[in-house]
Design a protein around this ligand. Structure first.
Ligand code: NI
Length: 182
């Protein structure tokens, strides 16, 4: 496995269309190895999600690992691998939370998202799956699927005064609302 270079905001690959994978392609070695590299790159960057365009591949592929956050019992939660994901449901009810991105260093922004989503996707074996959630995962899914549509979280912000350097976010936001995640 290898750690891939992460494209930062301003790199055109973050804004390009991302093509779907065929099931046959998904099951083959180059894509399976790429998925493992994405997982290693996400862990190395201490991220909870990574989309293929963030590592310069314009494919409909996302990895998510929330075990660091939603794991009070220290259970082993396998990472999620989503190929060709699409929303089948997006709740009108909104939640606001602070987001960061491996492509946007040292910033956090407050972003409104749907409270609950359902997503259809192929897992890394090519099996069709659905995921329906209203946990923190719902927000992460919206952030990562946005990457596949060429969008970054600042595009979704409705109040740009809620964009903060990580150091100030820790000082002024986390100190007052310790439930927020970094
Ligand atoms: Ni991101």
């Amino acid at each position: 496995m290898s750690i891939l270079k992460i494209a930062k905001i301003g790199h055109p690959c973050l804004r390009r269309p991302n093509r779907a994978l065929t099931v046959a392609e998904l099951r083959k070695e180059p894509v399976q190895r790429f998925i493992d590299d994405m997982l290693e790159t996400m862990r190395d960057g201490e991220g909870i999600g990574l989309a293929a365009p963030q590592v310069h591949e314009n494919l409909q592929l996302v990895v998510i690992e929330l075990s660091k956050i939603e794991n009070s019992e220290k259970k082993e939660i396998p990472p999620l691998v989503l190929a060709n994901p699409s929303f089948s449901f997006l709740a009108e009810e909104r939640v606001e939370g602070w987001e960061g991105c491996l492509s946007i260093d040292n910033l956090r922004g407050r972003v409104p998202r749907s409270k609950r989503v359902a997503v259809k996707y192929l897992d890394r074996k090519g099996e069709a799956r659905t995921l329906d959630t209203q946990t923190f995962l719902a927000v992460v899914l919206q952030h990562e699927l946005d990457h596949l549509a060429g969008k970054l979280y600042p595009d979704r912000m409705t109040d740009m005064t809620k964009l903060a350097h990580l150091a100030e976010f820790r000082r002024f936001v986390l100190a007052e609302t310790p439930d927020e995640t970094e």
